[in-house]
Design a protein around this ligand. Structure first.
Ligand code: 3PG
Length: 306
């Protein structure tokens, strides 16, 4: 059993050591392709792999064509918009993710970005506090729930919208459910995005929605850049000098936005949400264990494709 870890953005070494231990204890062999820059490198490395662990690395039909031995691919993380599930099915490859394993790390970064923004990016001027402000959590999954838990410590008032989450679940966490995205944006001083990138959500954060936010609005994106309608966001920020945007996923128009919106726009140079030793260990080792359980016992929990 050969397990390839292919990560353009590598895991912490301690996580790779943990993955290796799980694979070797099961009698397998670990291969590592880190920081690759060309798809060809991945195509070559995957040729004799039985299992593949990736992060946001694209696994499409081209990769699957090259992976003649591949039985399973696990996205060590939550969002699986980088996996072509239909192509996995066509190639007879099982696809999985590791939900929840890196959600605290992403949630901590979301709060960190909030503090950075409301303190005027630490530029020495007087900012504002999170205490008493209304935080709108858009999608109440694993990350959203962790954001709520941490934001409570800051003394924020927390509301959330998630069409797929029952009100009771939010109310148990002292989070007030709202029943439309429009209501969420209208009532929130700060919105934190936690929706996945799907056909339904791509480009859904548009001008009309964002413009419902009150004066001094702050939008925090630790989800995916594709969910934002970038043209609309730029247009709105040009019209509203009070509107701020901080993100962990660099927009297409990063250069232009830096120029136009200095002091109220910030993007991390590389997605950092899940980039902690803890998250790498949790997600990486979970991925390795899921592979071993599947290859040895046929365990299919967390399977994404049919
Ligand atoms: C996820 O979907 O799990 C996060 O966005 C983390 O992605 P990464 O593994 O590419 O950092």
């Amino acid at each position: 059993m050969k397990v390839l870890v292919a990560t353009e953005k590598p895991f912490a070494k301690v996580a790779v050591d943990g993955i290796r231990e799980v694979v070797e204890q099961a009698g397998g062999e670990l291969a590592l392709l880190e920081k690759y820059t060309q798809k060809e490198q991945l195509l070559e490395a995957v040729a004799d792999a039985d299992a593949l662990i990736v992060r946001s690395d694209i696994v499409d039909a081209v990769v699957l064509d090259a992976a003649k031995q591949l039985k399973i691919v696990v996205r060590a993380g939550a969002g699986y918009d980088n996996l072509d599930l239909a192509a996995c099915t066509e190639h007879g490859v099982v696809a999985m993710n590791t939900p929840g394993q890196n959600s605290n790390a992403v949630a901590e970064l979301a709060l960190g970005l909030m503090v950075y923004a409301v303190r005027n990016m630490y530029n020495g001027t007087s900012g504002t506090e999170l205490f008493g402000k209304t935080l709108g959590i858009h999608a109440y999954g694993n990350v959203g729930r962790n954001v709520a838990r941490i934001a409570k410590g800051f003394g924020m008032k927390i509301i959330a919208f998630d069409a797929y989450c029952p009100d009771e679940k939010m109310m148990t966490d002292d989070v007030m459910p709202v029943h439309s995205a429009e209501e969420l944006y209208e009532k929130s001083d700060i919105v934190s995005l936690h929706i996945p990138a799907t056909d339904e959500t791509k480009n859904s954060i548009n001008y009309a929605l964002l413009n419902r936010m009150p004066k001094g609005a702050l939008l925090v994106n630790t989800a995916r850049k594709e969910v934002i309608n970038e043209t609309d966001l730029i247009c709105l920020m040009q019209e509203r000098s009070d509107f701020r945007y901080v993100t962990d996923i660099m927009p297409q128009a990063d250069g232009k936005m830096q120029e136009l919106f200095a002091g109220r726009y910030f993007a991390t140079p590389k997605k950092m949400g899940a980039q902690t030793a803890e998250a790498n260990i949790n997600a990486g080792i979970a991925a390795a264990k899921q592979i071993v359980a599947f290859l040895i016992d046929g365990e299919e929990r967390f399977r994404l494709n049919k």
